[in-house]
Design a protein around this ligand. Sequence first.
Ligand code: 8YV
Length: 314
Amino acid sequence: MSQTLLLIGPLLPSVMDTLESTYTVHRYWESTDKDALLASIADSCIGVVTDGGNGVSADILKKLPAVKIVSVFGVGVDAVDLAWCRDHGIGVSNTPDVLSDDVADMAMALALAVSRQLVVGDQYARAGKWPAQGAMPLTRRVMGKRAGIYGMGSIGKALAMRLEGFRMPISYCNRSPRSDSDNYTFVASLEELASQVDYLFVTAAATAGTIGSIDAGVLDALGPDGYLINVSRGTLVDEVALLSCLQEKRIAGAGLDVFADEPNIPPAFFTLDNVVLQPHNASGTWETREAMGKLVLDNLAAYLAGQPLLTAVV
Ligand code: 8YV
């Protein structure tokens, strides 16, 4: 008899195919009576598979006392109740590293797009304004500007490599200085980092210590020539403050892949031409999503074989 799993939301079709041909999988998001579903698998369900956005709450885990592993399709585990998992001996795995290059690419792409006004230029070209009105307004150079990275983990380091190619001096803010980042300047205070750079890249995980940390003070420190690029979690940023700063040109612009209440984006962002928006798609390439899916499956297999999780968070 195959093991029983709960799948919280849809994943890449190939990953769901493998999951469903290997295990008995219950699709939580499709269930019309979720409590009845949880009650029916309470004794048998040994694992939960979920993505970074949905995670899994203690409310669900409470109803599934046999669960011993939560395998997350994503590096961010802020939507998983980690305290509950720790207290109840549930292992949690995520998918770090395999997505770092694509997320760093997206950060770089957003910095270029908002500075060089790629979306505005595209609309200008498509609307036929070039022959009618001549050249579009000038934009801002990225090359050689000062970069600040908030969160020097695997994604931050992948981004730093790219920024070096743009000959950008790099400073970073992290819980502590990193011995493998000697070429970069450690700045303990986020506000101080913001005041020293032209681009503030957000690559830190969402934790109690980082949520809400990019507030009006940090944005004003970044200043009218500074850009905010966020590929981490929207919850790190005070979105109301960010909107005011963008509307009042207290910062130059923002490139945002993530939002506080996904998939809902505050409509005020849609009226601004100093932002470039993405629907949380930094890891959204076939290559990376396949690699993430493999890690989700490999972690489940490791648990069932009595082996340590490959990429354990808890
Ligand atoms: C994914 C993410 O978009 O890794 C993360 O934490 O947020 C993203 O890579 C998400 O988990 C997939 O739905």
